[in-house]
Design a protein. Sequence first.
Length: 148
Amino acid sequence: MTYPDNDPRYSDPQREPVVPGMPADEEVVHERVADTDASRNRAVGMICSLITFLCGLFAVVLVAKIILTIADANPSNGFASFVDKFSGAVSLGFEGLFTPASEKIAVLLNYGMAAIVWLLIGAALTYLIRRFAAPGPRREVRYRRSVE
């Protein structure tokens, strides 16, 4: 290992190092790769993460409604009433789709179907966004040069 003091490529500490095979008075060119799609990839990833989170949250609330109904939770409890109101808002109209004799089976079928549909909606949206908004495999790489 050589140190800059002993390295023959460093003739003057104030100057750039001398590259072997290049005249010392020639300009030094710095290159860097500019990825023009990085911010777009980041935005697509954030949007897909948000969609996945929201659809998953809606599915979890619907599953919580199913569990609270099957377990005979107290409907006057604050948490149970919150889950009941929230699940009614995100049930996608599946609330009265199935009408079996048992109320618990009806809640299981209706809200279970709504939870599955929310997960499918989230998966479809993220697939479509990644498919059409993200850059394809043949992307252009640009080099930026600066001459000093």
